[in-house]
Write a protein that binds this ligand. Structure first.
Ligand code: GTP
Ligand code: MG
Length: 402
């Protein structure tokens, strides 16, 4: 064996060398193929990554190539979305109310359901702060207007509730309020909702419980009336809280209107009397009287408001022309009670329903209108100066049902 290896050593060495060379060649070849494949894969993934990156910024991968085309293509859409944001503000404020009301009714009618769900609907109506009389009327309309089979149909149930709610608004409001409702587009001038006298200043008295939004709403109203070209005087009738005057001053500065806030006068009726007398003498178009917040149960404080109303009448018969109660929509059924009590004490001409943004209790608007026959004149949908809108029942119902 060893003699065989010795005689063929050269041959064996040559064979081993060729084998080793072959192995090296194979390794080099595999490495080359892999690196080609990787380069190919990299080329494929690059456009995908850049497209994804562009999606985050909203730009096309080759945006730099045609930078002019992008803004001109995007701007109409931007404009449309800005415009719809402005128009949709009451709708978006009523989003939680819609979810609480329509959302829960919809959830009852799951596919294949064979029940009419009337009991559950009644409970939803009660817990949506519509008010007991309003709930009874809506339930009665479902009972009477729909057959047994129709009561199981979600679309028919909702259509009936919507029609009945619109009818509640139109039949409960005075004809003038209804006319104003139909003729004034959303966001239109306040003057369509509010009654202005032809000669002399129109006097507004604003009342309500603590923190309802009286001063804020006065600031917003004053700004809108001033923008309509009216000469506005705001009377600081909240002499109860030291900070109240300063808060009102800040709002009148924002609204760019004049404030009447005599130093050291603590009697709100004296402030109101002097403010109206000044407005009458100096040709103002509007006087808005702020008042301190109070509970309708505080008899002496309610008497104080009656006195404010009385003294104003001595300066201008028929004034105050508008006595508006400010109600926080979040307080639901309490808002209804407050409106009833303030109405009994003062004879209200309407309601400002504030904080409609961020409450699920917007349904209280229906109860106030139906049960108290009081028109909701304005709705607060935020804290900014422009966040006060004339109330439109059609817009309200559409926001809840559509
Ligand atoms: N989100 C929201 N906040 C509001 C609205 N209206 C008023 N507010 C806020 O409610 C709070 C109370 O508002 P005020 O205007 O001080 O209430 P008021 O009725 O004058 O209060 P008192 O003078 O203490 O009785 C403030 O923080 C306002 O910014 C509204 O429509 N939406
Ligand atoms: Mg106030």
């Amino acid at each position: 064996m060893s003699s065989f290896i010795a005689s063929n050593l050269d041959f064996i060495l040559l064979g081993s060398g060729i084998f080793a060379g072959l192995v090296v060649c194979i390794f080099i070849a595999v490495g080359f193929v892999r690196s080609r494949k990787k380069k190919h894969d990299d080329r494929q993934t690059f456009p995908i990554q850049s497209a994804a990156g562009a999606a985050l910024t909203g730009a096309e991968p080759n945006a730099a190539v045609s930078s002019e085309a992008i803004p001109s293509a995007a701007s109409p859409t931007e404009r449309e979305s800005k415009e719809s944001k402005v128009e949709a503000s009451l709708r978006s404020a009523l989003g939680p109310t819609q979810k609480n009301f329509l959302g829960r009714i919809k959830a009852l009618f799951v596919e294949g359901s064979q029940s009419s769900h009337l009991d559950e609907i009644e409970e939803i109506l009660y817990t949506s702060d519509l008010g007991p009389q309003t709930v009874q009327r809506l339930m009665q309309s479902l009972e009477e207007q729909l057959s047994r089979t129709e009561k199981k149909n979600y679309a028919l149930v909702v259509e009936t509730l919507k029609r009945e709610m619109l009818d509640i608004f139109s039949s409960s409001l005075s004809s003038s309020a209804v006319q104003a409702d139909a003729s004034i587009p959303a966001g239109a001038e306040l003057s369509g909702e509010i009654r202005f006298v032809e000669n002399g200043p129109t006097v507004f008295m604003v009342v309500g419980v603590n923190g309802a939004g009286k001063t804020t709403s006065i600031g917003k109203i004053a700004a809108q009336m001033a923008a309509q070209g009216r000469k506005v005087l705001v009377a600081a009738g909240d002499t109860f809280r030291a900070a109240a005057g300063q808060q009102l001053k800040t709002w009148t500065e924002r609204a760019q209107v004049e404030i009447f806030s005599p130093e050291g006068v603590m009697d709100p009726s004296a402030v109101a009397y002097d403010a109206v007398a000044k407005a009458k003498a100096r040709g103002y178009d509007v006087v808005i009287i702020d008042t301190a917040g109070r509970l309708h149960t505080q008899v002496n404080l309610m008497d104080e408001l009656k006195k404010v109303k009385r003294v104003v009448t001595k300066v201008i018969p028929n004034a105050p022309h508008e006595i508006l109660v400010v109600l926080d929509a979040n307080s639901g059924q309490n808002a209804l009670i407050q409106a009833r009590e303030f109405n009994q004490a003062l004879g209200l001409t309407g309601v400002i329903l504030t904080k409609m943004d961020g409450t699920a209790k917007g349904g209280v608007a229906v109860g106030i209108t139906y049960e108290l026959k009081l028109p909701i004149k304005l709705v607060g949908i935020g804290e900014k100066i422009g966040d006060l809108k004339p109330f439109s029942s059609a817009e309200f119902v559409a926001s809840i049902f559509d």
